[in-house]
Ligand binder design. Structure first.
Ligand code: NAP
Length: 265
């Protein structure tokens, strides 16, 4: 298998450091550089916790020009992730983006740029295969259960709410569900936000607590019965098989794929 040359943005982060390990452990992956807003010009191995000797760049254009990678893995912040994804596409580098918090208009803009450049791009709000299955099973269940609410739970360092997975689940459910406003038609919140966010009538609740990683429950209600679909990520390694799959797949496509569910059977 041909070696895939990879740059990681956000390598010092919780997800990024796992991605560095993944790339190091995968025979046909090669880490050529990292992009970081700190430590420009240093080697990654000078930073504690890393052994790999690759350059750190603060200027992403310079990084792409000098290291000529095939793929950028971005695991940063919503604002930065969007800039990096655009820069990657402009430089002919295929982005694999785990960073969450992209809006519909961000995605539309990136899709247009991907089509213009004719290369692959994958944006996946959740790389955990179990979470992808939870979303798919939720879509199946929604054909039979119209009444549904979503509770997503994450660590309290997460910057965006609702989670990308929560939103994506609501989108997938609403694609097969006849639109319905969940709850009593005359319900009133005596405390603002009590009923959560509203996506086409589906209520989405975001819990943020230390100790959590990434968890989601999709609750369906019917006459005299409920159905609960739950997924838990207990550590960030749970996301890495999905990152690997995305890097391999992004080399074979020439369009933007949003959501790993579109590349797994
Ligand atoms: P994190 O630990 O805060 O890591 C983010 C890293 O990005 C930090 O090292 C940060 O550096 C760095 N960074 C900030 N600005 C940068 C810039 N301009 N250039 C390069 N690096 C920059 O966050 P995390 O938990 O790893 O999460 C990262 C992203 O992945 C978030 O959007 C999160 O929601 C998402 N996520 C996705 C999945 C998935 O399966 N798709 C799963 C979990 C998390 P400083 O610390 O110095 O600011």
């Amino acid at each position: 298998m041909e070696t895939i040359k990879i740059v990681i943005a956000g390598a010092r982060g919780r997800m990024g450091s796992e991605a560095v390990k993944l790339v190091e452990e995968t025979e046909h992956f090669s880490l050529v550089a990292v992009v970081d807003h700190k430590y420009d010009g240093m080697s990654l191995k000078e930073l504690s916790g890393f052994e790999v000797d690759v350059p750190i760049y603060s200027d992403i254009d310079k990084c792409f020009f000098e290291t000529n990678p095939d793929v950028l893995i971005d695991l940063t912040t919503p604002e930065i992730g969007k800039i990096h994804t655009k820069k990657a596409l402009e430089n002919g580098v295929r982005p694999v983006v785990g960073t969450t918090g992209f809006s519909e208009s961000d995605l539309a803009e990136l899709e247009e740029l991907t089509n213009e450049k004719g290369i692959g791009a994958i944006i996946a709000p959740n790389f955990a295969i179990g979470a992808i299955l939870m979303m798919k099973f939720s879509q199946m269940a929604a054909k039979y259960f119209q009444d549904v609410e979503i509770i997503e739970q994450h660590h309290d360092q997460k910057l965006d709410a609702p989670s990308g997975t929560g939103l994506k689940t609501a989108e997938m459910i609403s694609a097969v569900r006849e639109e319905k406003q969940q709850g009593h038609p005359n319900e009133a919140e005596t405390l603002e936000g009590a009923r959560g966010a509203n996506f086409k009538g589906i209520r989405l609740h975001s819990v943020r607590l230390p100790g959590l990683i990434a968890h989601q429950e999709v609750l369906f209600g019917g006459d005299g019965q409920t159905l609960k679909l739950r997924h838990d990520s207990y550590n960030r390694a749970s996301f890495m098989s999905g990152v690997k799959l995305a890097v391999e797949n992004v080399m074979k496509i020439d369009l933007l794929v949003y959501g790993l569910e579109n590349i797994i059977e």
